[in-house]
Design a protein around this ligand. Structure first.
Ligand code: HEM
Length: 477
């Protein structure tokens, strides 16, 4: 199989600049595809990944769930930080968790939270309005601002809890739970890049991280207890719209008895498992959505004609709050969000491990049990074989999704949320959340390009892909 020769311990990480030169993985995998073809191997440290960029093969992988299960590399990394997060589970335990977690993000449940999303966005807008007493033209750390907005929204929506990230810009007065969550996220991102044995030692020795986890567990426990104090009638009522109420309803009545059963026969979640899922939803939910929002701001500043069209679509509503149905009816906004996920999927790709030997349907590449295949989302979004219409794939053109005849083929190659049985369970919520925020921002203000020094195009790799630099001006209309 084509690929670069691996180096001791570092595999291809050092020579390609993922380690050391901070080369973003989306760009690297696109360059390697151009050089090595649709299927090539890449050594992620001592781990061999088979990178697959042919759409038909990707569809084959997603369609054969019994042959391609959750990636072992993901599971190993995730299990270092959380043994009870759906994303790091396989087999019967995954099934038990997913039957409880997936329904939390059903449309009816998440639609009930549109007002919360708008309230939080208004709070951020007010902060910007008052910023430095100069409401017309400002630069801000938009990555941090976006993360703060998304974290507070998720706190309210998932747990009816105010993480207060929009109250205080001064980090020294940060809410205790928020502070602990930030340490937890920061450490997890850092550790994901370390070889596994170093990562294990790092966690044991990192006192700050261990303290943060204790604080988080304490608060999550309090949230569960508070929910349990509600009357049975109230809790049943709340389950229709509240995620925490549904999670608490899944608690096993007799944990010791459930623990004696085989995994196939267990029902519900233990208290520790509920807490694991709560933390996992916070981390899985806020970071990619906030990256997408940062890209929205950056792209609006770079493509003023798109921003104007978006604003035009909203003119008839003036400053009115839009209902979920009204948000759903905004065709151009829908194209902008679709194009954003094509242009730059916030997560670089996904991984599957083979449970048996298999041959890829289009390229015919033979794979063996235990192989790990990596699907780089960015490559599919930039591959002219899979995109109809004459629009340049390196440019941001929401119009490519406007033309009905192109729509279906263009949707297939856009897989920012993954696919198959392990696709993102929060995608409907993320799309609604993003649209509601973008509408509110566009009703009140415009983003402008802060200039090449602060708003340079390009990519930066963290746990998500972010703009290399983002420095926008903000003008209230
Ligand atoms: C723009 C926002 C988001 C993006 C781009 C995104 C992307 C992804 C991707 C690529 C995966 C892996 C899919 C696969 O392997 O096929 C995933 C999994 C997951 N996402 Fe998201 N996600 C977003 C928002 C959210 C939100 C808001 C939540 C929940 C609050 C969430 C919860 C999850 C969970 C629990 C999984 C694991 C599913 C499993 O392992 O079966 N995500 N997401």
């Amino acid at each position: 199989m084509p690929g670069l020769p691996p180096q001791f311990l570092f595999g291809n990480m050092l020579q390609t600049g993922i380690v050391g030169r901070q080369i973003p993985m989306n760009i690297l995998f696109l360059q390697l595809k151009d050089k090595l073809g649709d299927v090539f191997q890449f050594w992620f440290g001592p781990m061999r990944l088979i990178v697959v960029s042919r759409l038909e093969d990707v569809q084959h992988i997603f369609a054969h769930r019994h042959l391609y299960d959750q990636g072992d590399m993901f599971i190993n990394i995730l299990n270092l930080v959380n043994l009870n997060a759906i994303i790091g589970l396989k087999g019967p335990k995954f099934k038990r968790h997913t039957t409880i977690i997936s329904p939390l993000f059903r449309r009816a449940k998440i639609s009930a939270h549109a007002d919360t999303i708008i309230d939080c966005t208004d709070k951020l807008l007010n902060r910007w309005r008052n910023y430095n007493n100069n409401p017309t033209d400002i630069h801000l750390n938009l990555i941090e601002q976006s993360q703060q907005l998304l974290l507070t929204i998720l706190g309210f929506v998932a747990f009816d809890y105010d993480l207060q990230t929009l109250d205080e810009e001064d980090r020294s007065n940060e809410n205790e739970l928020t502070h602990a969550l930030c340490i937890n996220f920061k450490t997890s991102i850092f550790v994901a890049r370390l070889p596994m044995f170093i990562a294990r030692i790092y966690f044991v020795l990192n006192y700050e991280y261990r303290q943060a986890r204790m604080t988080i567990d304490l608060y999550l426990q309090q949230m569960i207890d508070q929910e349990l104090r509600e009357t049975a009638v109230t809790r049943t009522q709340r389950r229709k719209t509240s995620l925490i109420a549904s999670l608490v309803a899944s608690l096993q009545e007799d944990e010791l008895f459930e623990a004696t059963k085989s995994e196939e026969h267990k029902k519900g979640l233990s208290q520790i498992e509920v807490m694991g899922e709560m933390l996992a939803l916070l981390s899985a939910g806020y970071s990619p959505t906030s990256a997408a929002l940062v890209w929205f701001m950056h792209l609006m500043s770079k493509y003023p004609q798109v921003q104007s069209k978006l604003k035009n679509e909203l003119v008839e509503y003036n400053l009115q709050r839009l209902s979920v149905e009204q948000i759903d009816s905004l065709t151009y906004l829908d194209c902008v969000i679709r194009e954003l996920f094509r242009f730059v999927p916030p997560i670089v790709g996904t991984l599957r491990t083979l449970t048996a030997d298999d041959r890829l349907s289009a390229t015919g590449v033979q794979l063996s049990k235990g192989d790990q295949v990596f699907i780089p989302f960015y490559n599919l979004g930039r591959d002219s074989r899979y995109w109809s219409g004459s629009f340049d794939l390196d440019q941001f053109h929401p119009e490519r999704f406007l033309i009905e005849s192109n729509m279906n083929s263009n949707k297939t190659a856009s897989i920012a949320f993954g696919g198959g049985h392990r696709q993102c369970i929060g995608q409907d919520f993320a799309r609604l959340e993003l649209k509601a925020i973008c509408v509110r921002l566009m009703q009140h203000m415009s983003f402008g390009d802060g200039g090449p020094d602060v708003n340079e195009s390009g990519y930066k790799q963290t746990d998500t892909i972010l703009p290399k630099h983002i420095g926008c001006t903000i003008k209230f209309d």
